[in-house]
Design a protein around this ligand. Structure first.
Ligand code: MOS
Length: 704
């Protein structure tokens, strides 16, 4: 495979509203999701898998009695830690299931039941009798137990940072905000729960594992599984042609994927189907940790910041470390000579936290952006003026220039569109019938990331079209469509001349559909392959020639701090007698580089805004620390925003092209919509009522 230096491509298909190329398949029900594969793939006669989960939070499994289950009609096997296939590598404690009897959290997989039907598997699982030696557990995140200092936090970022003398600056500050902000546990709830179909075979005398998995990254699943199963990468193949959302929970393989692989190892090649239930997702497929943010801001009388301190406390699990980088946006948002950030964890006997849309930025910016609103009030400065006043010239921490920081333009354009001028300075100034009315604003940001290790293949077809292949996954975002547009522009052809192949780990390597990095990472590889192909074969190639290429390192990536920015405005109404809170209007204005497809981009940004609204008003996973698990395990008790909650939401973006960042000029749009949004709602609720809410969700009881 060659490496190719890329050049910017001309936008011809990019920027147009190309209809979703898989739209018809999806709305006609022909798009096949992980659990639905079987007969159509020559996989008749699958066995069904059900997961048996621990009912204690810590201890040991003493005995798994499967007799009653095995007598139940249709049940084929009960697998426990004494009978499960052995793994070669157990470093990843989340995936190394059934290797010993240790229980690390309530809901952990302690046995597997295989049966001829899903019903029999479920009934069989209920008949498995597990005896435990339970030990005392700790499942509550508190300020006094979140003291463990990880070596680093997510994405290899520093645990702590410090510059200047924060304490001296705070002592000398004219205006100080010193407050603690909390965000709750939240669970990713994609519309399609996790599902895996797995079967083992043999090729050239070596075992093979093939899967359909509902995942955000097929190559990532291969990379996680192969060493543990004692295989080479080419012995594992994972496909994910259609995925019904993930929000990070499908960003890496979780324990259920290993459960399907291990169970299928025992069936002589019969496929095994596993559908994780919505309830099981609340223990097995990741979630956003709760966070406690202690923020101290020091400023001059006009609101100019002199010191920022952000100390984060959150949790990880006993079985695997996860450290949410919640203070990371505080390191780059605003100028201040003195700055200190830190992360401390509580290692609890709980399920493994993981990525949920904008991990780090989302909870961190809730704290920082409510604190900034408090500073605006304390200094008597308009919240937009305050942010303008604290705009840094370069990335405060690295000293690198920003690629193209247009936060102020987003704030000003949003203010204009939203009707910010003439907003009453004092809270509790506007009443409409029985409703207090207020408006609020918050900044948004998300790093622009291009992942290494991506490659693409271009092949000329007999009919003059091009097959373009990369193992990327479209989790519903529109990746199939925008990659088609990028490939068309890179090859200088119409979109209908592109036959795109994705979602298969046998295709060239692609990074995860996560971190808002997909389009940038995969698109750059496609452009590299297309430009190499045109250099080698010209624009009228013989049929059947092909080129595989990856993008060469780009020096600009190290020279600049690449971020997207946005401004979110909200109108919040609080009922003066009941405390009911409604958000009739929200507006997000974003600087995200070139928008490749306005329809799919708007959908991503609106989706992020809705998820931020949902976090502001509803989402909270309630953990009962006595038993260690989350009790709100379905969409009836874990509330997400419904249609009736979403009133007027608009998203728009600045016209731009970020030609330093990648050859498309785009950045990323999957996550920025959720960042800052809950703070805008909370700030508007303060403006409406004069009640400052420093924890999510912002519920009625705060106002009574
Ligand atoms: Mo997103 S939480 O990076 O899938």
């Amino acid at each position: 495979m060659t490496e190719q230096q890329t050049r910017p491509i001309e936008a011809r298909s990019m920027g147009t509203d190309l209809r979703r190329v898989d739209g018809v398949e999806k709305v006609t029900g022909r798009a096949t999701y992980a659990f639905e594969h079987a007969a159509s793939d020559g996989l008749a006669d699958p066995l069904h898998l059900w997961l048996v989960q621990s009912t204690v939070a810590k201890g040991r499994v003493v005995d798994v009695d499967g007799h009653a289950a095995l007598e139940h009609a249709g049940v084929v096997a009960v697998i426990d830690h004494t009978t499960a296939p052995r793994l070669d590598d157990t470093t990843n404690g989340e995936l190394a299931i059934l290797q010993d009897g240790a229980v690390h959290f309530r809901g952990q997989i302690v046995a597997l039941v295989l049966a001829e039907t899903p019903e029999a598997a479920r009934e069989g699982a209920a008949l498995v009798h597990v005896r435990y030696d339970a030990e005392p557990h700790e499942a509550e995140l508190r300020e006094d137990n979140a003291t463990y200092e990880p070596d680093e936090v997510n994405a290899g970022q520093a645990t702590d940072t410090a510059e200047g003398d924060v304490d001296a600056a705070l002592a000398a500050a004219d205006v100080v905000v010193d407050a603690t902000y909390r965000t709750p546990y939240e669970h990713n709830n994609p519309i399609e729960p996790h599902a895996t179909l797995a079967w083992w075979g043999e090729e050239d005398g070596r075992p093979t594992l093939t899967m359909y998995d509902s995942t955000q990254g097929v190559h990532g699943v291969v990379q996680s599984l192969f060493p543990m199963l004692g295989l080479e990468p080419d012995q594992v193949r994972v496909r994910a042609p259609y995925v019904g959302g993930g929000f990070g929970s499908k960003g890496e393989a979780h324990a259920h994927v290993m459960a399907a692989a291990l169970a299928a190892r025992t069936t002589d090649g019969r496929p095994v189907k596993l559908a994780v239930t919505r309830q099981q997702m609340f223990a097995l497929t990741g979630y956003r940790t709760a966070t406690i943010s202690h923020l101290r801001l020091g400023a001059r009388p006009d609101g100019t910041l002199t010191a920022i301190e952000h100390a984060v406390q959150e949790q990880t699990s006993a079985v695997r470390e996860y450290a949410e980088q919640s203070a990371s946006p505080t390191r780059m948002m605003y100028a201040a000579e003195n700055r200190r950030t830190s992360h401390r964890l509580a290692r609890l006997d709980v399920a493994v936290p993981s990525w949920m849309r904008a991990p780090g930025e989302m909870p961190g910016m809730v704290a920082l952006e409510i604190a900034m609103d408090e500073l605006a009030v304390a200094a008597g400065v308009d919240p937009i003026d305050l942010r303008v006043r604290n705009e840094p010239e370069v990335d405060p921490e690295t000293g690198k220039p920003f690629n193209d920081r247009r936060l102020i333009e987003c704030l000003r354009r949003g203010a204009d569109r939203f009707g910010w001028a003439g907003r009453p300075t004092e809270p509790r100034a506007t009443v409409d019938g029985d409703w207090w009315v207020g408006t609020g604003v918050a900044s948004s940001t998300y790093p622009a990331m291009r992942m290494p290790g991506n490659a693409a293949r271009v092949r000329s077809l007999d009919d003059g079209r091009y097959a373009v292949a990369i193992g990327a996954v479209d989790i519903g975002t529109g990746a199939r469509t925008v990659l088609t547009q990028i490939a068309a522009d890179a090859l200088g052809v119409e979109a209908d001349a592109i036959a795109l192949e994705i979602a298969d780990s046998s295709l060239p390597p692609a990074s995860v559909a996560g971190g808002s990095s997909g389009t940038s990472s995969w698109g750059t590889a496609i452009v590299a392959a297309a430009q190499r192909f045109r250099a080698d074969h010209g624009d009228t190639p013989d049929p059947g020639v092909e080129t595989t290429a990856s993008a060469a390192d780009d020096p600009a990536m190290k020279e600049y701090a690449f971020h997207s920015f946005g401004a979110v405005f909200a109108e919040t109404r609080v009922h003066r007698w009941t405390g009911e809170i409604r958000v009739p209007r929200m507006l997000g204005v974003y600087s995200v580089g070139r928008v490749v497809n306005p329809t799919t981009a708007r959908s991503q940004l609106l989706g992020g805004l809705v998820m931020g609204l949902s976090a502001a008003l509803f989402e909270e996973s309630y953990r009962d620390a006595r038993f260690g698990h989350v009790v709100t395990q379905d969409l009836a008790t874990y509330h997400v925003a419904s249609h009736a909650d979403v009133l007027g939401i608009e998203a728009e973006w600045l016209e731009e092209s970020d030609d330093r960042f990648n050859p498309m000029g785009s950045r990323g749009i999957g996550e920025i919509g959720i960042v800052g949004t809950a703070a805008a709602v909370a700030n508007a609720a303060y403006h409406a009522t004069g009640v400052r809410v420093r924890s999510l969700p912002v519920t009625a009881d705060h106002f009574l």
